[in-house]
Write a protein that binds this ligand. Structure first.
Ligand code: HEM
Length: 414
């Protein structure tokens, strides 16, 4: 049994090149989402619905999902056997290719090509889930591992709804129930992105040194997040949208367990130090804001997610996507990057730019003060673009081999 590879001394990870490659592609695709976001926020370009959908999927699939698949290889790939290593290497190529094609399809077509690229991406998600479950007995499972397993399973369910919806749009399939269109984002948000962001924030806060076993509190936390997902999905499919939103209560209690388990570490993590961990801290805090925010706005809209005003819905998506998940992923990116390049003032520009920017953007969308959008969207966007420019290069370089400890040559006597 190998333990989950910690951040310290992680230079020897067998899938290091594959993971860095996936993160680099993910960051490059994210740049596309960011540029559209900045141009949109500054009202410089009027984007079509389709282009806005590609902005969304560039962020959710191109950046978050691809990077999460990279993290999956890292968490479950430590000390892997040659058979699973071969499948991991196939995944490391198949995932960027299919996901990039899918994002491109969202930008260019509503026709049959979109579900074709979607099916390829779904196969990759199935492959990743099967790979991780096969690897699970050989690694010491921790709460982040369980969240990744839950997230991958949900991504397969959510991806299946997505592909069916794409086929329904392309071929006018009227038999597809309307609830499938709500089930796709519901599953991806509550079952995939939020639990994985929770796991990643813990991984980052613990600096990669995960608990050697899943404690009772950890099991309850994962169980509550699973319940939240199952409740939301079940009642969305039953077309009881007012009841579906109540599932978030389980996530709020799960959040309580997250803070109870990690509060001590969070209190001692400084936002002033130029560390990878401060991104995990911001991710953990903003994950809480995300979950409470969506619960409150759903209740203010009479309990129905579908009735939440558009601005608040968009605010929730950016809190979840940028505030919680991007921060949690950046913690890992910064850690890998630091192995080959030192921290500088640029780290502060990234950290404060992303976080002040996303909070300002969320306040602007919630209060509908458009003038604030013009200020905070570029702040957030430039912070993120700086992160990409700063880290894509270092991610291309593997860790420098640590020289073996020098063997002391005995001084000749006399
Ligand atoms: C994690 C990645 C992201 C996701 C998942 C995401 C998702 C979305 C979604 C779903 C919309 C609504 C589109 C519609 O009108 O139907 C949207 C709008 C928008 N996004 Fe993003 N986005 C992401 C990142 C960004 C970034 C990095 C920026 C800017 C730097 C940005 C700026 C905007 C702006 C300005 C709007 C329009 C807001 C409005 O209509 O007032 N987004 N985004």
């Amino acid at each position: 049994m190998s333990t989950g590879e910690g951040w310290q001394g992680s230079g020897g990870h067998p899938l290091d090149p594959q993971v860095r490659w996936m993160l680099r592609v993910a960051l490059v695709i994210f740049a596309y989402t960011i540029v559209i976001g900045i141009l949109n926020g500054l009202d410089l370009v009027e984007f079509s619905r389709q282009q806005l959908l590609s902005h969304l999927h560039g962020g959710t699939l191109g950046w978050m999902t691809l990077a999460i698949l990279g993290v999956t290889l890292w968490l479950f790939g430590a000390g892997e056997s040659s058979t699973t290593a071969r499948s991991a290497r196939v995944l490391a190529w198949a995932a960027p290719v299919s996901i990039a094609a899918y994002v491109l399809a969202f930008a260019t077509t509503t026709g049959g090509l979109r579900p074709v690229a979607g099916t390829a991406t779904l196969l990759v998600l199935i492959g990743a889930a099967v790979w991780a479950f096969r690897r699970a007995p050989s690694v010491t499972l921790s709460v982040p591992h369980l969240f990744v397993l839950l997230g991958l399973t949900s991504s397969v369910i959510g991806g299946t709804f997505g592909v069916i919806n794409g086929l329904a749009i392309a071929f006018d399939w009227t038999w597809v129930p309307a609830s499938f269109f709500g089930a796709h984002p519901g599953t991806m948000e509550v079952g995939f992105i939020i639990p994985v962001a929770m796991g990643l924030a813990e991984w980052g806060l613990r600096r990669g040194r995960l608990e050697p076993r899943v404690t009772r509190a950890g099991r309850i936390q994962v169980g509550l997040m699973f319940l939240a997902f199952a409740w939301v999905l079940g009642f969305t499919l039953a077309e009881l949208d007012e009841v579906a939103g109540l599932g978030i209560v389980f996530a709020i209690v799960g959040l309580g367990f997250f803070y109870a388990r990690l509060g001590g570490i969070m209190r001692t993590t400084s936002v002033a130090a130029r560390s990878a961990e401060r991104h995990a801290l911001a991710g953990g805090v903003l994950l809480g804001v995300t979950i409470v925010y969506i619960f409150v706005v759903i209740q203010m809209a009479g309990g129905d997610f579908m009735q939440v005003p558009r601005g608040q819905l968009i605010a929730f998506i950016h809190l979840m996507g940028v505030g919680a998940t991007t921060n949690a992923l950046l913690a890992f990116v910064v850690h890998l990057s630091r192995r080959v390049s030192p921290a500088t003032m640029v780290d502060d520009v990234i950290f404060w730019g992303v976080n002040v920017g996303v909070l300002g953007f969320v306040v602007a969308l919630t209060t509908d003060v458009r003038a604030m959008i013009v200020v905070f969207v570029p702040v957030m966007g430039l912070g993120l673009l700086t992160a990409i420019v700063a880290h894509v290069g270092p991610l291309g370089r593997g860790p420098t081999a640590v020289p073996p400890p020098a063997v002391a040559t005995p001084e000749p006597l006399g």
